[in-house]
Design a protein around this ligand. Sequence first.
Ligand SMILES: Cc1cc2nc3c(=O)[nH]c(=O)nc-3n(C[C@H](O)[C@H](O)[C@H](O)COP(=O)(O)OP(=O)(O)OC[C@H]3O[C@@H](n4cnc5c(N)ncnc54)[C@H](O)[C@@H]3O)c2cc1C
Length: 295
Amino acid sequence: MYNSIVLVKQVPDTSNISGQVMKEDGTVNRAKLPAIFNNEDKVALELALQVKETFGGKITALTMGPPRASDVLRECLFMGADEAYLITDRKFAGADTLATSYVLSEAIKKIGNFDFVFAGRQAIDGDTAQVGPQTAEKLQIPQITYAEKVLDIKNRKARVKKKIDGGYEILETTLPVLITVIKDAAEPRPFSAKRVMAYKGAKSLLELEKLAEGNSLLYVDQLVHEYRSRSLFIPTLTTDDLNVEVERCGVKGSPTKVHTVESVVLAGGEPVRIENSKAGMSNLIDELMKDHIFG
Ligand SMILES: Cc1cc2nc3c(=O)[nH]c(=O)nc-3n(C[C@H](O)[C@H](O)[C@H](O)COP(=O)(O)OP(=O)(O)OC[C@H]3O[C@@H](n4cnc5c(N)ncnc54)[C@H](O)[C@@H]3O)c2cc1C
Protein backbone atom coordinates (compact mmCIF):
# COMPACT_ATOMS: atom_id res chain seq x y z
CA MET A 1 0.00 0.00 0.00
CA TYR A 2 1.30 3.43 -0.95
CA ASN A 3 -0.22 6.69 0.22
CA SER A 4 -0.25 9.74 -2.05
CA ILE A 5 -0.75 13.42 -1.37
CA VAL A 6 -1.84 15.35 -4.46
CA LEU A 7 -1.25 19.12 -4.66
CA VAL A 8 -4.07 20.80 -6.52
CA LYS A 9 -4.57 24.46 -7.29
CA GLN A 10 -7.70 26.40 -8.15
CA VAL A 11 -6.63 28.83 -10.85
CA PRO A 12 -8.29 31.78 -12.53
CA ASP A 13 -9.26 30.94 -16.09
CA THR A 14 -6.51 32.98 -17.70
CA SER A 15 -7.71 32.41 -21.25
CA ASN A 16 -9.39 35.84 -21.04
CA ILE A 17 -7.17 38.21 -19.04
CA SER A 18 -8.02 41.93 -19.17
CA GLY A 19 -6.46 45.03 -17.60
CA GLN A 20 -8.79 45.16 -14.59
CA VAL A 21 -7.64 41.76 -13.44
CA MET A 22 -4.39 43.03 -11.89
CA LYS A 23 -4.59 44.83 -8.53
CA GLU A 24 -2.36 47.81 -7.75
CA ASP A 25 -0.06 45.68 -5.58
CA GLY A 26 0.65 43.41 -8.58
CA THR A 27 -1.41 40.46 -7.35
CA VAL A 28 -4.27 39.01 -9.38
CA ASN A 29 -7.84 40.01 -8.62
CA ARG A 30 -9.10 36.42 -8.72
CA ALA A 31 -12.69 37.51 -8.04
CA LYS A 32 -12.77 39.00 -11.58
CA LEU A 33 -12.08 35.66 -13.28
CA PRO A 34 -13.93 32.31 -13.24
CA ALA A 35 -12.04 29.76 -11.12
CA ILE A 36 -11.12 26.37 -12.57
CA PHE A 37 -9.19 23.23 -11.56
CA ASN A 38 -5.62 23.48 -12.89
CA ASN A 39 -5.65 20.83 -15.60
CA GLU A 40 -2.20 19.34 -14.92
CA ASP A 41 -3.26 18.76 -11.29
CA LYS A 42 -6.15 16.61 -12.52
CA VAL A 43 -3.56 14.59 -14.44
CA ALA A 44 -1.46 14.36 -11.26
CA LEU A 45 -4.52 13.02 -9.42
CA GLU A 46 -5.09 10.53 -12.26
CA LEU A 47 -1.53 9.17 -11.79
CA ALA A 48 -2.12 8.88 -8.04
CA LEU A 49 -5.36 6.99 -8.71
CA GLN A 50 -3.49 4.60 -11.03
CA VAL A 51 -0.93 3.93 -8.27
CA LYS A 52 -3.75 3.32 -5.81
CA GLU A 53 -5.54 0.94 -8.21
CA THR A 54 -2.38 -1.12 -8.73
CA PHE A 55 -0.87 -1.08 -5.25
CA GLY A 56 -3.59 0.12 -2.86
CA GLY A 57 -3.25 3.04 -0.44
CA LYS A 58 -4.94 6.33 0.35
CA ILE A 59 -5.11 9.57 -1.67
CA THR A 60 -5.23 12.93 0.06
CA ALA A 61 -5.86 16.08 -1.99
CA LEU A 62 -4.39 19.32 -0.66
CA THR A 63 -4.86 22.89 -1.75
CA MET A 64 -3.84 26.27 -0.39
CA GLY A 65 -6.25 28.98 -1.41
CA PRO A 66 -9.25 31.11 -0.47
CA PRO A 67 -12.39 29.45 1.01
CA ARG A 68 -13.90 28.89 -2.47
CA ALA A 69 -10.95 26.62 -3.33
CA SER A 70 -12.90 23.83 -1.60
CA ASP A 71 -14.65 23.50 -5.01
CA VAL A 72 -11.55 21.81 -6.47
CA LEU A 73 -11.29 19.58 -3.40
CA ARG A 74 -14.86 18.37 -3.96
CA GLU A 75 -13.90 17.65 -7.56
CA CYS A 76 -10.96 15.57 -6.28
CA LEU A 77 -13.40 13.56 -4.16
CA PHE A 78 -15.63 13.12 -7.24
CA MET A 79 -12.63 11.73 -9.17
CA GLY A 80 -11.60 9.29 -6.45
CA ALA A 81 -9.54 11.00 -3.71
CA ASP A 82 -10.19 9.56 -0.25
CA GLU A 83 -9.87 12.83 1.67
CA ALA A 84 -9.12 16.50 1.09
CA TYR A 85 -7.61 19.35 3.11
CA LEU A 86 -8.06 23.08 2.56
CA ILE A 87 -5.18 25.29 3.72
CA THR A 88 -6.62 28.73 4.14
CA ASP A 89 -5.87 31.83 6.17
CA ARG A 90 -5.71 35.53 5.31
CA LYS A 91 -2.04 35.35 6.35
CA PHE A 92 -1.37 32.95 3.44
CA ALA A 93 -2.76 35.36 0.83
CA GLY A 94 -0.49 36.85 -1.86
CA ALA A 95 2.11 34.08 -1.54
CA ASP A 96 4.81 33.62 -4.17
CA THR A 97 6.32 30.21 -4.83
CA LEU A 98 8.72 30.47 -1.87
CA ALA A 99 5.92 31.11 0.63
CA THR A 100 3.53 28.66 -1.10
CA SER A 101 6.00 25.78 -1.03
CA TYR A 102 6.85 26.57 2.61
CA VAL A 103 3.22 26.31 3.74
CA LEU A 104 2.51 23.26 1.53
CA SER A 105 5.56 21.43 2.88
CA GLU A 106 4.50 22.14 6.48
CA ALA A 107 0.97 20.90 5.71
CA ILE A 108 2.38 17.73 4.12
CA LYS A 109 4.51 17.13 7.23
CA LYS A 110 1.43 17.62 9.40
CA ILE A 111 -0.65 15.12 7.36
CA GLY A 112 2.33 12.73 7.29
CA ASN A 113 2.43 9.03 6.36
CA PHE A 114 2.94 9.53 2.59
CA ASP A 115 4.97 7.71 -0.05
CA PHE A 116 4.25 9.98 -3.02
CA VAL A 117 3.52 13.66 -3.41
CA PHE A 118 2.08 14.35 -6.85
CA ALA A 119 1.82 17.88 -8.30
CA GLY A 120 1.14 19.36 -11.69
CA ARG A 121 4.26 20.54 -13.51
CA GLN A 122 2.90 24.06 -13.68
CA ALA A 123 -0.15 26.14 -12.80
CA ILE A 124 -1.69 28.19 -15.61
CA ASP A 125 -1.76 31.46 -13.64
CA GLY A 126 1.73 31.82 -12.16
CA ASP A 127 3.30 29.47 -14.74
CA THR A 128 6.53 29.17 -12.79
CA ALA A 129 6.73 25.36 -12.35
CA GLN A 130 8.62 26.06 -9.12
CA VAL A 131 6.19 24.95 -6.41
CA GLY A 132 6.70 21.19 -6.87
CA PRO A 133 10.53 21.27 -6.85
CA GLN A 134 10.64 23.82 -3.98
CA THR A 135 8.25 21.70 -1.89
CA ALA A 136 10.45 18.62 -2.42
CA GLU A 137 13.50 20.64 -1.34
CA LYS A 138 11.76 21.77 1.84
CA LEU A 139 10.64 18.21 2.60
CA GLN A 140 14.20 17.02 1.82
CA ILE A 141 12.91 14.23 -0.42
CA PRO A 142 13.87 13.31 -4.00
CA GLN A 143 11.92 14.81 -6.88
CA ILE A 144 11.17 13.72 -10.43
CA THR A 145 9.83 16.43 -12.74
CA TYR A 146 8.06 16.07 -16.12
CA ALA A 147 6.77 12.60 -15.18
CA GLU A 148 4.59 10.59 -17.56
CA LYS A 149 4.04 7.35 -15.64
CA VAL A 150 4.90 5.46 -12.48
CA LEU A 151 6.07 2.19 -14.04
CA ASP A 152 6.46 0.01 -10.96
CA ILE A 153 7.17 0.05 -7.25
CA LYS A 154 9.25 -2.61 -5.50
CA ASN A 155 11.03 -2.72 -2.13
CA ARG A 156 10.15 0.93 -1.48
CA LYS A 157 11.70 2.04 -4.78
CA ALA A 158 9.72 3.41 -7.73
CA ARG A 159 10.63 3.50 -11.41
CA VAL A 160 9.23 6.56 -13.18
CA LYS A 161 9.13 7.51 -16.88
CA LYS A 162 10.12 11.13 -17.40
CA LYS A 163 9.81 13.17 -20.59
CA ILE A 164 12.99 14.79 -21.89
CA ASP A 165 13.70 16.67 -25.13
CA GLY A 166 13.24 14.23 -27.99
CA GLY A 167 12.52 11.17 -25.84
CA TYR A 168 12.23 9.88 -22.30
CA GLU A 169 14.28 8.63 -19.34
CA ILE A 170 13.45 5.92 -16.83
CA LEU A 171 14.50 6.97 -13.35
CA GLU A 172 14.57 4.94 -10.17
CA THR A 173 13.93 6.65 -6.84
CA THR A 174 13.57 5.79 -3.20
CA LEU A 175 10.31 6.70 -1.47
CA PRO A 176 8.96 9.11 -0.42
CA VAL A 177 9.30 11.11 -3.63
CA LEU A 178 7.68 14.20 -5.11
CA ILE A 179 6.63 13.85 -8.74
CA THR A 180 5.50 16.67 -11.05
CA VAL A 181 3.31 15.52 -13.89
CA ILE A 182 2.98 16.81 -17.46
CA LYS A 183 -0.40 17.40 -19.09
CA ASP A 184 -0.05 14.63 -21.69
CA ALA A 185 0.80 11.98 -19.10
CA ALA A 186 -2.76 10.64 -18.89
CA GLU A 187 -6.37 11.51 -19.57
CA PRO A 188 -7.96 12.43 -16.21
CA ARG A 189 -10.94 10.16 -15.62
CA PRO A 190 -14.39 11.78 -15.58
CA PHE A 191 -16.15 12.25 -12.25
CA SER A 192 -17.93 9.13 -11.07
CA ALA A 193 -21.70 9.80 -10.90
CA LYS A 194 -21.86 7.68 -7.74
CA ARG A 195 -19.12 9.73 -6.08
CA VAL A 196 -20.71 13.03 -7.16
CA MET A 197 -23.90 11.94 -5.39
CA ALA A 198 -21.91 10.81 -2.35
CA TYR A 199 -19.64 13.87 -1.99
CA LYS A 200 -21.50 16.84 -3.48
CA GLY A 201 -22.47 17.84 0.07
CA ALA A 202 -18.88 17.71 1.42
CA LYS A 203 -18.06 20.93 3.27
CA SER A 204 -15.08 22.70 4.80
CA LEU A 205 -15.15 24.19 8.28
CA LEU A 206 -15.71 27.67 6.82
CA GLU A 207 -18.68 26.43 4.82
CA LEU A 208 -20.17 24.80 7.92
CA GLU A 209 -19.64 28.04 9.88
CA LYS A 210 -21.55 29.87 7.15
CA LEU A 211 -24.33 27.28 7.32
CA ALA A 212 -24.65 27.79 11.07
CA GLU A 213 -24.57 31.61 10.78
CA GLY A 214 -27.91 33.11 11.70
CA ASN A 215 -29.47 29.73 12.51
CA SER A 216 -29.70 29.34 16.28
CA LEU A 217 -30.57 25.65 15.94
CA LEU A 218 -27.29 24.75 14.25
CA TYR A 219 -24.02 24.46 16.19
CA VAL A 220 -20.72 24.30 14.30
CA ASP A 221 -19.23 21.56 16.54
CA GLN A 222 -22.27 19.40 15.99
CA LEU A 223 -22.18 19.98 12.23
CA VAL A 224 -18.47 19.09 12.10
CA HIS A 225 -19.18 15.89 14.06
CA GLU A 226 -22.06 14.97 11.77
CA TYR A 227 -20.21 15.74 8.50
CA ARG A 228 -17.07 13.96 9.74
CA SER A 229 -19.05 10.83 10.65
CA ARG A 230 -20.47 10.77 7.08
CA SER A 231 -16.95 11.37 5.57
CA LEU A 232 -18.19 14.71 4.24
CA PHE A 233 -15.92 17.00 6.25
CA ILE A 234 -13.07 18.83 4.50
CA PRO A 235 -10.60 19.70 7.28
CA THR A 236 -9.18 23.23 7.22
CA LEU A 237 -5.60 24.08 8.15
CA THR A 238 -4.76 27.65 9.23
CA THR A 239 -1.61 29.26 10.66
CA ASP A 240 -2.79 28.01 14.08
CA ASP A 241 -2.80 24.38 12.89
CA LEU A 242 0.57 24.39 11.15
CA ASN A 243 4.07 24.73 12.52
CA VAL A 244 4.74 27.88 10.46
CA GLU A 245 6.48 31.20 11.08
CA VAL A 246 3.95 33.84 9.97
CA GLU A 247 6.80 36.01 8.57
CA ARG A 248 7.50 33.29 5.98
CA CYS A 249 3.86 33.08 4.80
CA GLY A 250 1.76 35.09 2.34
CA VAL A 251 2.81 38.56 1.17
CA LYS A 252 5.20 38.93 4.14
CA GLY A 253 7.18 35.86 3.14
CA SER A 254 7.16 36.60 -0.60
CA PRO A 255 10.10 38.49 -2.10
CA THR A 256 8.56 38.25 -5.63
CA LYS A 257 6.33 41.11 -6.72
CA VAL A 258 4.42 40.84 -10.01
CA HIS A 259 4.06 44.38 -11.41
CA THR A 260 2.03 43.84 -14.58
CA VAL A 261 0.67 41.07 -16.73
CA GLU A 262 0.51 41.54 -20.48
CA SER A 263 -1.30 39.48 -23.04
CA VAL A 264 1.30 38.99 -25.76
CA VAL A 265 0.07 37.79 -29.14
CA LEU A 266 2.85 36.38 -31.30
CA ALA A 267 1.95 37.13 -34.88
CA GLY A 268 3.68 35.23 -37.67
CA GLY A 269 5.43 37.30 -40.37
CA GLU A 270 5.49 36.69 -44.10
CA PRO A 271 7.06 33.33 -45.05
CA VAL A 272 10.59 33.65 -46.52
CA ARG A 273 11.87 31.21 -49.11
CA ILE A 274 15.53 30.21 -48.63
CA GLU A 275 17.39 29.22 -51.74
CA ASN A 276 19.18 25.90 -51.53
CA SER A 277 22.57 27.47 -52.26
CA LYS A 278 25.61 28.83 -50.45
CA ALA A 279 24.30 32.41 -50.87
CA GLY A 280 20.87 31.38 -49.52
CA MET A 281 22.44 29.82 -46.41
CA SER A 282 24.62 32.86 -45.88
CA ASN A 283 21.52 35.14 -46.06
CA LEU A 284 19.71 32.88 -43.57
CA ILE A 285 22.60 33.11 -41.09
CA ASP A 286 22.68 36.92 -41.49
CA GLU A 287 18.91 37.07 -40.75
CA LEU A 288 19.25 34.83 -37.69
CA MET A 289 22.12 36.95 -36.37
CA LYS A 290 20.09 40.12 -36.93
CA ASP A 291 17.28 38.62 -34.82
CA HIS A 292 19.83 37.56 -32.13
CA ILE A 293 18.91 33.88 -32.62
CA PHE A 294 22.58 33.28 -33.53
CA GLY A 295 25.38 35.47 -32.39
C1 LIG B 1 1.06 36.41 -13.66
C2 LIG B 1 1.71 35.89 -12.44
C3 LIG B 1 3.09 35.75 -12.43
C4 LIG B 1 3.72 35.24 -11.29
N1 LIG B 1 5.08 35.14 -11.30
C5 LIG B 1 5.70 34.66 -10.21
C6 LIG B 1 7.12 34.53 -10.18
O1 LIG B 1 7.83 34.86 -11.15
N2 LIG B 1 7.70 34.02 -9.05
C7 LIG B 1 6.94 33.65 -7.97
O2 LIG B 1 7.51 33.17 -6.98
N3 LIG B 1 5.61 33.75 -7.97
C8 LIG B 1 4.96 34.26 -9.05
N4 LIG B 1 3.62 34.37 -9.05
C9 LIG B 1 2.85 33.94 -7.88
C10 LIG B 1 2.48 32.47 -8.04
O3 LIG B 1 1.35 32.31 -8.87
C11 LIG B 1 2.12 31.94 -6.68
O4 LIG B 1 3.25 31.85 -5.90
C12 LIG B 1 1.48 30.59 -6.66
O5 LIG B 1 1.03 30.37 -5.32
C13 LIG B 1 2.35 29.40 -7.05
O6 LIG B 1 3.08 29.57 -8.18
P1 LIG B 1 2.62 29.03 -9.61
O7 LIG B 1 1.23 29.39 -9.86
O8 LIG B 1 3.66 29.50 -10.54
O9 LIG B 1 2.68 27.44 -9.41
P2 LIG B 1 3.54 26.34 -10.22
O10 LIG B 1 4.87 26.23 -9.62
O11 LIG B 1 3.48 26.61 -11.70
O12 LIG B 1 2.61 25.11 -9.82
C14 LIG B 1 3.09 23.77 -9.96
C15 LIG B 1 2.19 22.87 -9.19
O13 LIG B 1 2.33 23.11 -7.79
C16 LIG B 1 1.08 22.87 -7.12
N5 LIG B 1 0.60 24.12 -6.52
C17 LIG B 1 0.91 25.39 -6.84
N6 LIG B 1 0.25 26.25 -6.04
C18 LIG B 1 -0.49 25.50 -5.20
C19 LIG B 1 -1.41 25.79 -4.16
N7 LIG B 1 -1.68 27.06 -3.80
N8 LIG B 1 -2.00 24.76 -3.51
C20 LIG B 1 -1.73 23.47 -3.85
N9 LIG B 1 -0.88 23.13 -4.83
C21 LIG B 1 -0.27 24.13 -5.50
C22 LIG B 1 0.11 22.38 -8.21
O14 LIG B 1 0.18 20.99 -8.29
C23 LIG B 1 0.70 23.02 -9.47
O15 LIG B 1 0.33 22.36 -10.66
C24 LIG B 1 2.96 34.86 -10.17
C25 LIG B 1 1.58 34.98 -10.21
C26 LIG B 1 0.95 35.48 -11.32
C27 LIG B 1 -0.52 35.58 -11.34
